[in-house]
Design a protein around this ligand. Sequence first.
Ligand code: PMP
Length: 427
Amino acid sequence: MSDLYSRHRDVLPEWLALYYKDPLEITHGEGRHVWDADGRKYLDFFGGILTTMTAHALPEVTKAVSEQAGRIIHSSTLYLNRPMVELAERIARLSGIPDARVFFTTSGTEANDTALLLATTYRRSNQLLAMRNSYHGRSFSSVGITGNRSWSPTSLSPLGTLYVHGGVRTRGPFAHLSDADFIAACVADLKDLLGQGRPPAALIAEPIQGVGGFTSPPDGLYAAFRDVLQERGILWISDEVQTGWGRTGDHFWGWQAHGRSGPPDLLTFAKGIGNGMSIGGVVARAEIMNCLDANSISTFGGTQITMAAGLANLTYLLEHDLQGNARRVGGLLIERLRAVAAQLPVVREVRGRGLMVGVELVRPGTDEADPDAAAAVLEAAREGGLLIGKGGGHNTSVLRIAPPLTLTVAEAEEGTAILERALRSVG
Ligand code: PMP
């Protein structure tokens, strides 16, 4: 055990999850690569859990951050803040939400907390709908809408939450159905849950579940849900913490895969927009955003330095069409991984969109999730010089691949080759 690991264990909580038997210490990064404390280089297929949206040490972001640091890092939320206004204007336009207002937070958890505050206040109800197997954060309220039990450490939530089927396409009682029948079954389930009672405030959902294993609900599911919700005045909150900013290639936001539903009432974001700096936020129609009748600030939400990073990062993303890159390179990566998977019975499915790719592992010859194989592949990939993630309910048997969006074709091929060797080493 390294000295740092034993010091970590002596002072930090046991539940603070760490990857690898011999945990890694990353000391620096560049582009799609990071280096550990021993100087070993890794290809980063997890983008620091999707926080490195464009690239490690992107010169444009580093320059914006250091210039801003030389002027002022943070004044006060109580004064005007130019980069905050500028980033809010751009996000409001990109969100697709009419008459949009933006509130900046420090994390995805705080963004979802804020969305819950707004939706429950606006609708005067503490009842919520959330998806089974979902993850929305670690605060007291966001664990109360997190369906993934291994990431929801208390059941004492003040929210009354009903959990809906549909986030996971490949498992569960409706898995055998065609896409259209699957959607119909989930809609029937939703209507049944709602019954005749007073409608809940909102449905919160990740368009593709992240921690839950990069799941792939059929396109149109949330459009079908939306019809049911709108009839009853229930708001739709799209948690875009993992699916936002073009990562899914075909769309800028995950909700757009459910086209005819139009934009959600509220959208939450975090992770990648700051390229590693802490930015989260909520976008909502003005009448919803402005429903609070008391003051509410986030001291560190929207600091000048994080906003400068967000502006530089977003500019780079748009100017270099990284959504297009996610579609092209991600499409190729999925194709290559599917070709590898076809020869390996340990892989049940390669799924994904753009640069959000899941590889689900099973015990060969069965449909049983294989978390041991996933853990072994993670270790073997690291040995081979590749960092990936894992997820997928209480049986974390899905390898998660979400590289920085500047990934090149050569890097996609290099990563596939390393992953293939890692997969072959477990069968
Ligand atoms: N929502 C989703 C979909 C997430 O994946 C996460 C983080 N994994 C969060 C919310 C919480 O974000 P944070 O860790 O920044 O609080």
